[in-house]
Design a protein around this ligand. Structure first.
Ligand SMILES: Cc1ncc(COP(=O)(O)O)c(C=O)c1O
Length: 407
């Protein structure tokens, strides 16, 4: 196998993610067209662009027209500046005390959800001798009860921030807990409380020009949350969360956006063996071959981000008896065919059953996410067999997996 040299490291192990920057740019344009030119998109690129490699993805999004980026923290924002991103960067979870000067030096725009954060920023702006006021976005809690200023504290916040000439309240936002459930009452209440908060601020003479509520599902299905600014993440990477109703039924009257999955994840067959019936495979012998067959060892494991929950078990495994039986139907693609995972995923290796795949050979490409022939496994498919959501599956792709970005 040829050794590949990337800018940061030498790759020898055949396990990599292919990231299509043209698909990413396409998805940005699809979302922009959907919300219209008057609505600003804040491209959410936190957590290494949902595992896609932010150092390449953020500049690609900027090329596609992104003017704003959403990150979790100051350090993520600094990474964007380091790769030359010039757009505005919103730090969604705000600053940790002591980071203010660093954030301001890097022209980051913090979320604030306590008056003290704005006061700390004002003092940092004085110390740095900044010419103009520092823009902040107020995050309010409208019902998710995670992070955000409680509505009960809004009036005192409004009075307090007016005393800080160094601070400009540029934005006000909130996050929806169940935006994908279109008839969800709690979401309706959240939207209502957000509108009340805007009125309260207006009563105090505050009219933040940027107003935002919508994540991906709300971008898709709730135009009443768009205001003039939206914060999609997942859609940009080519996935919908899936709109539904409270009774669990899928929504059919909202057209799907023509998105393209951005990331494929691939590896190779490292070993191959013929096994008799009754052969326990891998750790704990958690899978016992029901018939003679052919088993391939492939270069992927939980050390790469493949959840151990996709393990397929059928044998006696006392260590597993407390794990819920419904999880674990992992599959991969090889030579255009689906092949089940056999036994427990380990740190570096996973076994797959290739008994039905003629010609399967050492060195064959194995697809964990992506296409092979006319078969496809999406990140959502992998998430379901891991008992989780697509976000976690993408973010869990570990550092050990090099991201190969292609135009
Ligand atoms: C505050 C905030 N806004 C926007 C997003 C983007 O969400 P999504 O990927 O569902 O669009 C997130 C993601 O968790 C978030 O925390």
């Amino acid at each position: 196998m040829a050794t590949t040299l990337t800018s940061s490291r030498i790759e020898t192990r055949p396990n990599w993610a292919e990231v299509s920057l043209s698909a990413l740019r396409h998805n940005f344009r699809v979302v922009q067209q959907h919300v219209g030119a008057d609505v600003t998109i804040c491209a959410v690129v936190k957590c290494n662009a949902y595992g896609h490699g932010v150092e390449d993805c953020a500049p690609a999004l900027e090329q596609a027209g992104a003017k704003w980026f959403g990150v979790t923290s100051t350090d993520e924002g600094i990474v964007l500046r380091g790769v030359g991103v010039r757009g505005r960067i919103l730090v969604l979870c705000g600053l940790y005390p002591g980071e203010e000067e660093e954030a301001l030096r890097n022209s980051l725009t913090p979320a604030v959800f306590r008056l003290e954060q704005a006061q700390d920023l004002a003092r940092a702006a004085d110390r740095l001798g900044l010419a103009g006021p520092v823009a902040v976005h107020l995050k309010i809690d409208t019902g998710m009860s995670r992070l955000g200023l409680p509505l009960a504290d809004l009036e005192s916040f409004a009075e307090g921030i007016k005393l800080l000439p160094q601070i400009a309240l540029e934005g006000v936002f909130s996050h929806l807990a169940s935006s994908e459930v279109l008839d969800d009452e709690h979401t309706a209440h959240q939207i209502e409380r957000y509108n009340v908060a805007l009125r309260t601020l207006a009563n105090h003479g505050l009219h933040p020009p940027l107003r935002h509520l919508a994540n991906s599902a709300a971008v898709e299905g709730r135009a009443n949350t768009w205001h003039n600014f939206v914060r999609p993440g997942l859609l940009l990477y080519g996935y919908e969360y899936g709109l539904s109703r409270q009774d669990g039924s899928p929504v059919s009257d909202v057209p799907h956006l023509p998105l393209k999955p951005v990331l494929s994840w691939k590896t190779h067959v490292l070993g191959l063996r013929d096994v008799p019936a009754g052969q326990p495979l891998g750790y704990g012998g958690a899978y016992v071959t029901p018939a003679p067959g052919r088993i391939a060892a492939v270069s992927v494991g939980y050390g790469d981000g493949l959840s151990r929950k996709v393990s397929v078990r059928n044998g006696h495994d006392p260590a597993l008896c407390h794990i819920h039986p419904s999880v674990g139907h992992g599959e991969v693609l090889i030579r255009g065919q689906r092949a089940p995972i056999a036994g427990r995923v380990s740190m570096d290796l996973t076994l797959i059953d290739v008994s039905h795949v003629p010609g399967a050979a050492i060195g064959d490409e194995v697809v964990l996410i992506g296409r092979s022939g006319n078969q496809q496994i999406t990140a959502w498919d992998l998430a379901r067999s891991s008992d989780t959501v697509v976000y976690e599956t993408l973010c869990n792709l570990s550092k050990r997996v090099p991201r190969r970005h292609a135009e």
